[in-house]
Write a protein that binds this ligand. Structure first.
Ligand SMILES: Cc1cc2nc3c(=O)[nH]c(=O)nc-3n(C[C@H](O)[C@H](O)[C@H](O)COP(=O)(O)OP(=O)(O)OC[C@H]3O[C@@H](n4cnc5c(N)ncnc54)[C@H](O)[C@@H]3O)c2cc1C
Length: 290
């Protein structure tokens, strides 16, 4: 197996164009597990860890450009105030060792339906910057997940960065697992309030072949908050609203029975997560506006 070690993104893209079958390695927390278990035996690995451009983040016109190689531990310490939802999801990933190595780019590359960052990226209107020797293209998160562990990248493309609007408004993420740490989600849920646009983003994880938005729940809650003037004068949400939001969020899923949980449990748990995360986000919003 060849081990390709580019120093720059341009070099990495030239190598990927030449050898599209080369498997990129960022933190290696997915790739190395697959190699150890002999689940794949690529003819080449493309090490991305020397590429400084991938480890940077910046802000421009209210949008954070997060380099694909920024590890979770840095998302937590450096971006908790700008990207609260992503930082929350990052805190739940694996263990300190995994968070020091693992990256959002790697989560996107793996495209597991259970990846923790995906619901947050969907709820917060993130856009994936894909690059190749042919140029760059922007892929909305909603178009990125094509199937279980399948994404929209072409064989010669890498994820360079993810672009996330800095909304300044509450975001929440929660997941259910069999214990508190080092756990793959049985199901997960993210909510992002977009008061400027009078809109709510909501997405489910680990409850369908791909992570996905919950459009009926989003429309219901956005309509409710606008019709009742609550964006301007936030008052506590009636139980009927949080319950309906939970029901509609759970309906976005098409869960299966597997070793981690039954479909019925996932549906129930998603409704609970949606209600809870909405209650937390709304409490934060009320505190901010009051
Ligand atoms: C013990 C353990 C616990 C874990 N817990 C969690 C958890 O709680 N939640 C969770 O979501 N995940 C978890 N994971 C999975 C893993 O840590 C995450 O998916 C992580 O985000 C992968 O990032 P990485 O940088 O290590 O990716 P890598 O392993 O380096 O790569 C993962 C995939 O992405 C591709 N890739 C990497 N970078 C790029 C790029 N820039 N462009 C294109 N493709 C790229 C690789 O080729 C590979 O297919 C866990 C893994 C382990 C071993």
């Amino acid at each position: 197996m060849d081990f390709l070690r580019p120093d720059t993104l341009a070099e990495a893209l030239a190598l990927k164009a030449e050898r599209p079958s080369a498997v990129p390695v960022a933190g290696g927390t997915d790739v190395m597990v697959e190699l150890n278990f002999d689940h794949r035996r690529p003819d080449a690995l493309l090490d991305l860890t020397r590429i400084a451009e991938l480890r940077e983040w910046s802000v421009s016109a209210g949008v954070v450009r997060l380099g694909a190689g920024v590890p979770y531990s840095r998302v937590i310490t450096e971006l908790g105030d700008r990207l609260p939802g992503l930082a929350m999801a990052s805190r739940t990933v694996g263990s300190p060792q995994i968070r020091n190595r693992g990256t959002v780019g790697g989560n996107l590359g793996a495209a597991s339906p259970a990846g923790d960052t995906h619901p947050v990226l969907l709820a917060s209107d993130a856009v994936v910057e894909a690059v190749s020797a042919r140029g760059a293209r922007m892929i909305p998160a909603t178009a990125f997940y094509l199937g279980a562990k399948r994404n929209a990248l072409e064989p010669d493309e890498l994820v360079a960065a993810v672009h996330l609007p800095e909304t300044g408004a509450p975001q929440q993420f929660a997941k259910v697992g069999t214990r508190n740490a080092m756990v793959i989600a049985v199901c997960s849920f993210a909510i992002s309030l977009h008061p400027g646009a009078g809109r709510v983003g909501a997405a489910v994880g680990s409850a369908a072949p791909t992570p996905r938005r919950a459009p009926a729940a989003e429309e219901f809650l956005s309509g409710e908050l606008t019709a009742t003037g609550r964006w301007e004068s936030p008052t506590p949400l009636p139980d009927s609203v949080t319950r309906r939001f939970g029901e509609l969020a759970a309906r976005a899923a098409s869960p299966i029975d597997d070793v981690r949980g039954s479909a019925a449990y996932r549906t129930h748990a998603l409704a609970v997560l949606a209600r809870r995360t909405l209650a937390w986000a709304w409490r934060d919003y009320t505190g901010k506006v009051a």
